[in-house]
Design a protein around this ligand. Structure first.
Ligand code: HEM
Length: 214
């Protein structure tokens, strides 16, 4: 029981640390509604923070700890009788499992390009993937954005009280705020999806060709 309390606190604290990055990252996607210059300018500015080696290690480390603790708690709970879960709690779990499955691939495909190929995907790279394999990337980005938003926001509301911080009043605004943010994320994705193919080759597409992915 004592170890369960410790795990709950580690899960809450690591989730909150990662949520700071996620908030910036999803705000970046909302900026895509303003087109490539807005998205890229925001990302270049944000990158000077989250890609500082120490900060990047903290962000990725927090994510790994959070995922590991969540899997351990999930496995431990399998033996005990399942409690009745609200729709919100079920959705939170489904979103978490989706992110668990796709997180590593997302980081490899995006950060891998800049670390190993010197190419930042940016707006043009994401827009290229939507033209390249639309049947995969449309649902993938939509779920990544919406599940990321929901799991992150609900997670923060669960984590703060577990660390002794009250969220009573904020909770009332949650549904409206989430709906508004979801619309902003979808507006960003829609703008990327409508981006016409440029004349020359997109650097991110060229990198994918160089490593034999396309
Ligand atoms: C449709 C939604 C999303 C899009 C279009 C997107 C796009 C990108 C892009 C372009 C990068 C490279 C950033 C850079 O070069 O500075 C990136 C990195 C990353 N993304 Fe996403 N992302 C989305 C959602 C998410 C979600 C929901 C998560 C986590 C749950 C996430 C986690 C990360 C992480 C950890 C990195 C690496 C950051 C770093 O180490 O520099 N992304 N993403």
């Amino acid at each position: 029981m004592k170890s369960e309390v410790v795990l709950v606190r580690i899960q809450a604290a690591s989730g909150l640390v990662f949520a700071l990055f996620l908030a910036v990252h999803l705000a970046n996607l909302a900026f895509a509604a303003g087109g490539a210059p807005a998205y890229d300018a925001f990302q270049r500015a944000a990158r000077t923070g989250y890609q500082l080696p120490l900060l990047e290690a903290v962000v990725l480390g927090a994510m790994l700890v959070h995922a590991a603790v969540s899997v351990v708690r999930l496995l431990r709970s399998r033996g005990s009788p399942a409690p009745r879960r609200s729709i919100g709690a079920r959705l939170h779990r489904i979103a978490g499992l989706f992110l668990l499955v796709f997180f590593a691939g997302h980081v490899a495909a995006t950060r891998g390009a800049s670390v190993f190929g010197g190419v930042f995907p940016e707006f043009a790279g994401v827009a290229f993937t939507l033209r390249w394999i639309p049947l995969y990337f449309y649902p993938y980005y939509t779920l990544l954005a919406l599940f990321g938003l929901y799991h992150g926001a609900r997670g923060v509301m669960l984590a703060l009280p577990r660390l002794g911080v009250s969220v009573g009043r904020v909770r009332r605004w949650m549904i409206g705020a989430l709906a508004l943010l979801a619309v902003m994320l979808l507006a960003g994705l829609t703008r990327m999806a409508r981006e016409p193919a440029p004349r020359g080759e997109v650097p991110y597409a060229a990198w994918l060709a160089r490593i034999g992915v396309r």
